[in-house]
Design a protein. Structure first.
Length: 359
């Protein structure tokens, strides 16, 4: 990780960035300013010219509402790049947006740390780095999302004690036990927020013959989705098309029904947490019993998930402050303190192959 002599020159005109390149949302942390961008990972593309029509929140508003020649796509699937060109253009857009355009004709060339799922292959990891470099980054590094989430949540990752983080994103759930600046146990599964949304869609179809869209499913999950019985159950209205008549239809469903509808992906996530604990060395388990399990990522906000995991594992469970931004804050802290030997070692080790349990 030798420094290029031109970096100080480019650094005068650029602000280093920590980027959480998520399946559902992309967050950008700017050195010295904090998180300045939090937008959906959606790109609207003209199918004829392949030109980008919109990125982020503007593009997400187009999902399901575009004319035939405009396609609104999510260029990342299960946490990895599915459409390289679209990701490159999306990153270029976010990098430009994160910089002060009063810099005149100077094109920003920041140093970038990108969070990627821990279970990605070397090819997928290299694709994330290449996308950042092609988007005009002068240096690009990748960091595994559970490590970045742990740093962002304030866990003592460099100390000789066990820290457990469960990062539930849109495409993947990462379960990791961290000690001495390294990941000791690492499970990565492709069951997360997107699968819960899909379960809501299938529930509405199965129980009410109602076809709903992704945005309605996500809204229902946020408002009334839960993983554990609530003190006061909630109701939400699902709106879509009746599959029998073809006409618009609205039904009111309770959080009890939704909890049953999303039980399968929630059970998978909880089972993965238990599986990781079963593999953890006893000394680290003792630390986790004392300090608890940290939940991060957007999925951590699912109502009652902390109580469900606590019930299943018999351990204290905490939700990180602003769990959605943990990975971006962790990557941002690494660029803020880039010369910190602990972070340099983590970034160096991340570029090497690690065997993980990946489903």
């Amino acid at each position: 990780m030798a420094l290029n002599p031109l970096n100080s020159l480019f650094g005068a005109f650029s602000r280093d960035l920590g980027i959480d390149l998520g399946t559902a949302n992309t967050l950008v942390h700017v050195r010295g300013k904090g998180i300045v961008i939090s937008e959906p990972s959606v790109v609207a593309i003209d199918s004829k010219t392949r030109n980008i029509q919109a990125v982020g929140a503007e593009a997400k508003a187009m999902v399901g509402k575009t004319p035939a020649n405009i396609i609104a796509v999510r260029p990342l699937k299960d946490g990895v790049i599915a459409d390289f060109d679209a990701v490159e253009k999306m990153l270029k857009y976010f990098i430009d947006k994160a910089h002060d355009r009063s810099l005149g004709m100077v094109s920003p060339r920041p140093r970038v740390v990108v969070g990627v799922p821990s279970g990605v292959t070397q090819v997928e990891m290299r694709a994330a780095r290449d996308a950042a470099l092609n988007a005009n980054a002068r240096e690009a590094y990748v960091v595994e999302e559970p490590m970045a989430a742990a740093i962002g949540a304030g866990l003592p990752v460099d100390e000789p004690m066990g820290s457990m983080v469960v990062d539930i994103g849109g495409g993947t759930t990462e379960v990791a036990i961290i000690s001495l600046g390294g990941i000791v146990i690492n499970h990565s599964i492709r069951t997360a927020g997107d699968e819960i949304d899909e379960s809501v869609i299938q529930f509405a179809r199965r129980e009410y013959n109602l076809l709903i869209g992704e945005r309605m499913a996500e809204k229902a999950k946020i408002v009334a989705g839960s993983a554990y019985p609530l003190e006061e159950e909630i109701k939400v209205v699902l709106r879509g098309r009746d599959l029998l008549t073809g006409l618009p239809k609205a039904v009111e469903v309770s959080s009890v029904e939704l909890r049953e509808g999303i039980a399968s992906p929630v059970n998978t996530i909880v089972a993965e947490v238990r599986a990781a604990l079963e593999e953890t060395p006893p000394e680290l388990v003792a630390d986790i019993m004392e300090y608890g399990i940290m939940l991060a990522g957007g999925g951590a906000q699912l109502l009652g998930l902390d109580r469900r995991i606590a019930s299943e594992t018999k351990m204290p469970v905490h939700i990180a402050d602003d769990p959605l931004s943990c990975v971006a804050r962790g990557a941002g802290k690494m660029v803020e303190e880039f010369e910190n030997p602990v972070y340099r070692r983590i970034l160096t080790n991340t570029q090497q192959t690690r065997r993980v349990r990946y489903q």
